[in-house]
Write a protein that binds this ligand. Structure first.
Ligand SMILES: [Zn+2]
Length: 283
């Protein structure tokens, strides 16, 4: 979003609210967030009651954006600062909110992003790079495969396109091939290094080309620099968070995947869309 459009949006609470409501309800047609029934009774203080399931709700009920009773203006400022990668501490100073409130809101943004992480319907294709990396762990050294205490992450990168990264339990051939087959179109050209787990790619319907790091870093188009660039970009960003716990790590990883995949698009608008979605029901 352009800065002047953003300033216009945050010129009043009612404008900010209208923008968010437009994302919650297409054409401003209200419906029950539980059963999607459109026949509603209006109650006081902006609440409604569903004629079918009796659920009483207000505009943002059941949505990510309902977290923490923040105003529409506060949410839009939070989204903007998140887009600019401002730290939680600085956000809380700028917005006059507690660290706890901002941390909760930013975590909500990350969870909304994570809930959309598996959306991408189309398979990656064309020229693909595969590689694994290890994140976290306090000790330096002990690098490479099997590094103790570190989280293995598998990356699939479509050149000039999207990246898909996931935390994996191990880097066995079975694990990596299963993810590749799920995400990459058959017939694609796949570049990897010489790690053994990639040896059976040619049997899965891919044209497999190996990079030999020891001989030369790249040879013509046979390189995995795109993914290596992503790893160092991601690690640099994660450093700012001063160590992320293992169970929260996927949240941060998917945020980086999202940032990378929307590097040329409108991140602000996309985050607002996700936040206005209904929180998926847990089974
Ligand atoms: Zn209902």
């Amino acid at each position: 979003m352009e800065l002047d459009a953003y300033y216009k949006l945050i010129s009043s609470e009612s404008r900010a609210r209208k923008y968010l409501l437009g994302k919650c309800f297409k054409n401003h047609q209200r419906f029950c967030p539980r059963c999607r029934c459109r026949k509603l009774y209006k109650l006081q203080e902006g609440r409604s009651r569903c004629s079918r399931c009796d659920y009483t709700f207000h505009d943002f009920s059941g949505r990510w954006i309902n977290y923490g009773r923040l105003s529409a203006l506060q949410w839009l400022s939070l989204i903007k600062l998140f887009e600019l990668e401002v730290s939680v501490r600085k956000m809380s100073l700028q917005l006059g909110l507690s660290y706890r409130a901002v941390y909760g809101a930013v975590s909500t943004i990350r969870m909304a992003i994570l809930s959309h992480a598996e959306d991408a319907p189309s398979l990656l294709g064309g020229e693909i790079e595969l590689d694994e990396a290890y994140f976290g762990g306090r000790r330096k050294g002990n690098r490479g495969r099997g590094a103790a205490g570190k989280v293995p992450v598998f990356g699939i990168l479509e050149r000039e396109g999207h990246v898909h990264v996931s935390v994996v339990p191990d880097v066995s051939a079975a694990t990596l091939l299963k993810l590749t087959v799920k995400k990459v179109r058959r017939g694609s050209v796949v570049y990897t290094d010489k790690f053994r787990s990639y040896d059976s790619l040619m049997f899965c319907g891919y044209r497999h080309l190996k990079v030999d790091h020891q001989k030369y870093f790249s040879s013509g188009r046979v390189y995995i620099n795109g993914l290596e660039g992503f790893w160092s970009w991601a690690k640099e960003r994660l450093m700012k968070h001063h160590g992320v716990s293992k169970d929260r790590f996927p949240l941060y990883l998917k945020e980086l995947e999202f940032r990378y995949n929307h590097r040329t698009g409108d991140l602000f608008d996309q985050v607002a869309n996700y936040l206005c979605d209904l929180v998926p029901k847990r089974d």
